[in-house]
Design a protein around this ligand. Sequence first.
Ligand code: NAD
Ligand code: TDX
Length: 351
Amino acid sequence: MKILVTGGAGFIGSNFLLTYVPKYPNHTFINLDKLTYAANLYNLKDISDAKNYFFVQADIADFESVKTVFDRFEPDIVVHFAAESHVDRSILGPAEFIKTNIVGTFNLLEACRFYWKDKEDKLFHHVSTDEVYGSLGGTGYFTEESRYDPSSPYSASKASSDHLVRAYHRTYGLPVKVTNCTNNYGPYQFPEKLIPLTILNALEGKPIPIYGKGQNVRDWLYVKDHCEAIWAVIQKGRIGETYNISGNEERKNIDVVEEICQILAEELGRPVTEFKNLITFVSDRPGHDLRYALDSSKIRNELGWKPKETFSSGLRKTVKWYLSNAEWVSAVKTGEYKRWIERNYAGRLQG
Ligand code: NAD
Ligand code: TDX
């Protein structure tokens, strides 16, 4: 099989390739990535010389580039991770989210429609998010049947891409599968997201920003468990179906941050107050969804998938990974990263 992985130099795509390229030497993996600020080819150094791995720098929002990749590699399976993925960035500048997440997905679907005349053994696997369902109150779970109700430009663009994927199945018979996953964390996550940002700010003695009162709830999943769920759906999931993926590990943001402080204190043998004193409540994210939680019984019952990590075990692994990968951390904290942090938090810290 020739497997085209889009966005393979990002957080989840890197973890996916690092797991499956060595595991399946008879499959060819092609990583198509634009290399935006969120990408890091250094993540993939352990597989970059593998005979079954190729990298192509290309923009999915440019149809000609996508066609060139399809001409050259003739993929059988597309695993579509590539996206603009950060909610705060989508609030400050939505245009790239429309281009990459909507137009980019459309271009990939068009390429599949034209190149896959024979649909036997072909698959378009679309990686999406729980955010498409919108916000929950204190109770209940979203299922695969829940109504879409996105709140941010990011989640609206992902919702749009999900609809396009399903429309290509219904209209053109394109073999597709969709997975919607809860918040991921783990190695190689860009430190604009809550967990790596908290770890790195705590280590540097900088304020740890919590939006609003820190009462918003996210359902956390260790990234390797997400990759295994995607692989299970690729192998055994039904064509045309959607599968929700979640760890059933709901936490308030304030509790996540305090748990990180506790782990850091234990790992470094320092007083927990040294880290907790850095917690700073800042102005809230506009349209901030209160709670996400998914019912993932479909993938668990139908495909036998379940996560290996609990939130506690995965979070400790993650903290240890950031502690022992200082070189990676300093490499990603480039000038662009510093400018982003200034833009995003300048107004908030006074708020
Ligand atoms: P990320 O931001 O870390 O990585 C995205 C990757 O896509 C980067 O390597 C980037 O260079 C690439 N990319 C962006 N625009 C591109 C373009 N126009 N053409 C080609 N490549 C482009 O994102 P992530 O956290 O790894 O998320 C991957 C996917 O999983 C996304 O589709 C996201 O919506 C989804 N998802 C993420 C989470 C999460 O918690 N991170 C949860 C559920 C679903
Ligand atoms: O500095 C911060 N302070 C803070 O309180 C940051 C960056 C975030 N937060 C809050 C906002 C959210 O309630 O923490 C929570 C998690 O925020 P993010 O890490 O930005 O993730 P989220 O907005 O929940 O979206 C993530 O999960 C779903 C990914 O970024 C998406 O790509 C994915 O679809």
